[in-house]
Design a binder for this molecule. Structure first.
Ligand code: FAD
Length: 435
């Protein structure tokens, strides 16, 4: 019997546990180590922040769901991974031993890297459901007494989508409340241009998102380094294409939501051979670490170099479908190892993203997410927002039912050409098993 431990119970971790259970069967043990007792659907946090969702609507208690699937839950945070000893030390002093470890902890939020950034400073956050809930209370107070609004991303950010989503949703909600005329809005971003998204853009996201900001009368500053944040203003330096300081701004605000940069969690930070200097786990396309081959990693916690240098540093987003592809490859690769075979499955890292802009929405398909791509498409319309709402309901239903990828979903994705595994690697693996 092997013991697979999944560290983290978010968008990657919970489906990972389901898929590992499915692929390994009842003869093997699967345990989830989580610092929370609930699954949180992070993608709906922007809706929580403007009171379109209650936090409990996007959370699922982990214990009953995992128990039903025969998966153990240890609801205690990890303090340190000890890769040479095959164990995870918990904050209560206990340890969980593993044969295979899948790290799926998402990021640590690096608010401390910009003075005044984050809930302990002067800006709000939507990165966790707890943050989004606190932001919702502040949003109501702001709407009672509105003023200038700033939304954006600081240097080093890799997750740009939620900032665009929050800006557009805020604009829509302010118009709905008929107070938009009292709210000058500014979008401040570390991207070299609007719609870059840490990906060199997808389709014409540049034109599309610029047009959305223009239509909504949201002015913007790109190539922006946020040097400090005070109670009522953001200090920003815009740089030129060479990264040299070009212009300084003081952007006043009464309400600000700025995305922080991410880094790896403390439990793995500094572990040589396992993580890079920012604490992101280094893995190959099989999601496997080179120094510790019984450790896999999926989701935001993995290291992926940016596709191109940008004047202000930006990172690569790790989006939902891309994370699902990492999960599927990892479950199959662990199964191969258990069977004494070499792991062969490579995640496609394909991306399909939906963003809600209140009165309409945007979608993009990037196959694969990192350029150059076979499919590079972005479009907008009310259908994209409806699809996002439908996806939320579908995904949460799957989590409540303990399902990862039902057969009908697998077939639909295959017909649409949205592969989770790289076809070349999958074909090579099949050929190897043929006589
Ligand atoms: C606000 C927001 C909106 C987003 N919207 C979209 C979207 O619409 N579409 C899209 O494709 N992508 C979106 N993303 C990007 C990405 O899909 C999400 O960030 C996704 O949740 C990442 O999944 P993950 O499993 O890597 O990390 P998470 O979902 O963050 O899960 C990590 C889990 O590990 C736990 N953990 C952390 N430290 C420890 C520890 N020491 N011990 C035990 N457990 C620990 C955390 O509590 C958490 O439960 C969004 C991201 C954000 C922040």
């Amino acid at each position: 019997m092997v013991h697979v431990v999944v560290l983290g119970a978010g968008l990657g971790g919970v489906p990972m546990a389901f898929e590992a259970r499915e692929k390994l069967g009842a003869a093997h043990r699967v345990t989830v180590v989580s610092n929370t007792e609930t699954f949180q659907f992070t993608r709906s946090n922007p809706w929580v922040a403007v009171n379109w969702r209650k936090p409990e609507e996007i959370q699922v208690p982990l214990e009953p769901v995992l128990k039903r699937k025969g998966i153990d839950l240890v609801a205690v945070a990890a303090a340190r991974v000890h890769p040479a000893e095959n164990r995870v030390e918990l904050v209560d002093g206990q340890s969980v031993a593993y044969d295979y470890l899948v790290i799926a902890t998402g990021p640590e939020l690096a608010f401390d890297e910009v003075p005044g950034l984050g809930p302990a400073g002067h800006t709000h956050s939507i990165c966790t459901t707890t943050h989004a809930t606190e932001t919702a209370a502040a949003w109501e107070a702001f709407c009672r007494d509105p003023g200038p609004l700033v939304v954006g991303t600081v240097q080093g950010v890799s997750c740009f989508g939620p900032a665009y989503e929050f800006a557009m949703i805020a604009d829509y909600e302010l118009r709905r409340r008929k107070i938009r005329d009292r709210v000058p809005m500014t979008f401040v971003t570390s991207e070299p241009y609007i719609g870059h998204l840490g990906l060199g853009g997808v389709g014409d996201t540049k034109g599309l998102l610029e047009s959305e900001l223009r239509k909504r009368h949201i002015r913007w500053i790109t190539n922006a380094k946020t040097t400090g944040i005070e109670a009522d203003r953001l200090r920003v330096t815009e740089v030129d294409d060479e990264g040299k300081d070009k212009k300084s701004y003081e952007v006043p605000f009464k309400f600000a939501m700025m995305m922080p940069s991410f880094r790896g969690i403390k439990a793995v930070m500094g572990l040589e051979g396992l993580v890079n200097p920012r604490g992101f786990v280094t893995v190959d396309r099989k999601q496997r670490n080179a120094k510790y081959p019984n450790i896999f990693a999926i989701g935001v916690c993995i290291a992926i170099p940016p596709p191109e240098p940008t004047p202000v540093p930006t990172g690569v987003p790790k989006t939902g479908f891309m994370i699902e592809s990492m999960t599927t490859a990892t479950a199959r690769n662990i199964r191969s190892l258990v069977d004494g075979k070499a792991p062969a499955m490579e995640a496609s890292w394909n991306a399909i993203c939906l963003a809600d802009f209140g009165d309409n929405g945007v979608a993009f398909v990037a196959l694969p997410q990192i350029p150059p791509r076979n499919v590079n498409w972005a479009g907008e319309g009310r259908w994209a927002r409806l699809a996002k709402v439908a996806f939320e309901k579908y995904f949460l239903r799957k989590i409540r039912n303990g399902q990862s990828v039902p057969l009908y979903e697998q077939m639909a994705l295959r017909i649409a050409g949205f592969n989770k595994l790289r076809p070349e690697a999958a074909e090579a693996a099949i050929k190897k098993t043929m006589p």
